[in-house]
Design a protein around this ligand. Structure first.
Ligand SMILES: C[S@@+](CC[C@H](N)C(=O)[O-])C[C@H]1O[C@@H](n2cnc3c(N)ncnc32)[C@H](O)[C@@H]1O
Length: 211
């Protein structure tokens, strides 16, 4: 994947303008949302999502008919997965309804949906052997909740999980020191892929794909 469709960049500019207008009328629309949108489509985010899409695609067969993305932020992963050719339903779930309003404005592909919910609570509805579950935000999710979710999973459900050792951010409540620690924290039965990427000598991002 060499580029993102230019349409999404046009949509990002329109969304930033919309945030500005909304902020004048509604205190829920804080101007930090400008930065949040830009951060969610930053170079680092695109590299990490492209990494996930590239590795995950090696394990996606015709048997899989939907993908759930937990902690989807503004939907970049779903956009890139759809752009890579995945045309089954992709359901993004995020706790923050404003993220989902923004994500809907940025949406390009028709097979992408957004839900306001806790991804751990929604998981049982997707817990089937023909589903894919992705969470590139494990550092934001309580370790006991993640552990509980993974222990319930059906044997063939395909999971792709990312975390990091970037402890400096307050909302990062579940970082791992190393890739080995991240793998050890996940009660998956089968590891299909595990890797790490360093970001500008600041922190490491870890990724595990498994069943
Ligand atoms: C700030 S983003 C960044 C995550 C990560 N760095 C990435 O690239 O995917 C994390 C998102 O996860 C959401 N989130 C955190 N816990 C969640 C949960 N249990 N269910 C759904 N969304 C959640 C937050 O609302 C936020 O939009």
């Amino acid at each position: 994947m060499e580029y993102l469709t230019p349409l999404i960049y046009r949509k990002i500019l329109n969304t930033i303008t919309q945030i500005y207008h909304n902020s004048a009328k509604d205190p829920e629309w804080d101007l930090f949302r400008f930065k949040d949108v830009l951060d969610s489509f930053s170079e680092g985010q695109i590299i990490n999502k492209a990494w996930a899409v590239e590795e995950l695609n090696k394990f996606i067969t015709d048997d899989y008919d939907a993908c759930l993305v937990i902690g989807s932020w503004h939907g970049l992963f779903s956009h890139m997965l759809a752009e890579s050719g995945f045309d089954k339903k992709i359901v993004n779930v995020d706790l923050d309804p404003i993220c989902n309003i923004i994500a809907k404005q940025l949406k390009v592909y028709d097979n992408i949906r957004f839900k306001d919910n806790d991804g751990i609570d929604l998981f049982p509805k997707f817990n089937y052997d023909n589903k894919i579950v992705v969470c590139t935000a494990c550092e934001h999710i309580d370790n006991e909740e993640l552990d509980f979710m993974i222990r319930q999973k059906k044997p063939k459900l395909l999971m792709c999980l990312q975390s990091n050792n970037y402890y400096e951010v307050d909302s990062h409540i579940n970082c791992s020191d190393t890739l080995e620690d991240f793998i050890a924290s996940l009660p998956l039965k089968k590891i299909l892929y595990a890797g790490k990427k360093n970001y500008k000598n600041k922190y490491d991002r870890f990724m595990v794909i498994g069943k």
